[in-house]
Ligand binder design. Structure first.
Ligand SMILES: [Ca+2]
Ligand SMILES: [Ca+2]
Ligand SMILES: [Ca+2]
Length: 257
């Protein structure tokens, strides 16, 4: 009994007279501050993909005339080859320019893709076996900055021109089991060009839980896949490391302007 009383006295004196409730509040504040500092440091360490600006006039038809003057994310160098570097024959073989915008209702992703042969006879979630673009989005970047597996706020979409650009379609891989029909309001416009294909993909903000706020960031990554003969993936270029298809911490940072 005496021992316990002494221990309690020692504890009381070491907490400088704070009540139990006050100590709990102080601990919560310290933990909260540490998590904010850690989160901001982590966000600062992310690769930067660029800024995204608001638009009101995107027509989702694969024609990119309304995108003049937008900053472009270039994916066109040997250093960005994440597979098949020895088979990549240069920018006419596979390369791309990506542009981003948002409206009150949608996230827009536009791409100008160079690819000398358009080959993809695979449909839906199998489209990664042929020419396609993979788009990764983490809509809650600072909420789960250290989570290396996809969860409910991490998305991956695919865009395929189909062989010769004749069967354009989009798909969704993540969150796993998400059916295309549940992403109501998503639309794709894609046209064959003399050098490859141009596309515009519009994704409803509401379905991916993205709230445009100036200065706020979300995560994103793009992988371009090239097949120049049926059933053979030849090479891939990306603005993120190869493992981004399964690890959202590798996405780059896009900031709302
Ligand atoms: Ca357009
Ligand atoms: Ca090619
Ligand atoms: Ca190709």
């Amino acid at each position: 009994m005496t021992c316990k009383s002494n221990l309690n006295r020692t504890r009381r004196s070491s907490m400088a007279g704070l009540s139990h409730a006050q100590i709990v509040v102080v601990m919560i504040l310290i933990l909260g501050l540490a998590s904010v500092i850690f989160s901001q440091e982590s966000l600062a360490n992310r690769a930067v993909m660029g800024e995204i600006r608001a638009v009101s006039n995107v027509k989702v038809d694969g024609q990119l005339s309304e995108w003049r003057g937008f900053s472009q994310i270039n994916i066109n160098s040997a250093a960005q080859c994440i597979s098949g570097a020895n088979r990549w024959k240069g920018s006419a073989d596979l390369s791309g320019r990506i542009m981003l915008a948002y409206s009150a209702s949608h996230l827009y992703i536009a791409g100008e893709i160079r690819d000398d042969k358009l080959i993809n006879d695979q449909k839906g979630i199998l489209m990664w076996n042929g020419d396609c673009v993979q788009v990764f989005i983490d809509t809650d970047l600072d909420g789960d900055y250290d989570t290396t597996v996809y969860n409910a706020d991490d998305f991956s979409f695919g865009i395929s021109p189909g062989t010769d650009g004749k069967a354009p379609e989009w798909t969704i891989w993540q969150p796993a089991g998400k059916q295309i029909g549940t992403i109501l309001g998503t639309s794709l416009g894609l046209v064959r060009t003399s050098e490859g294909y141009n596309f515009e993909l519009a994704i409803p903000l509401e379905h991916i839980g993205l709230r445009p706020t100036p200065g706020k960031s979300f995560g994103m990554g793009i992988i371009l896949i090239d097949s120049d003969e049926p059933g053979v993936v030849k090479s891939q270029l990306a603005n993120v490391p190869a493992n981004a298809w399964r690890d959202p911490t590798l996405f780059a940072k896009v900031t709302f302007r």
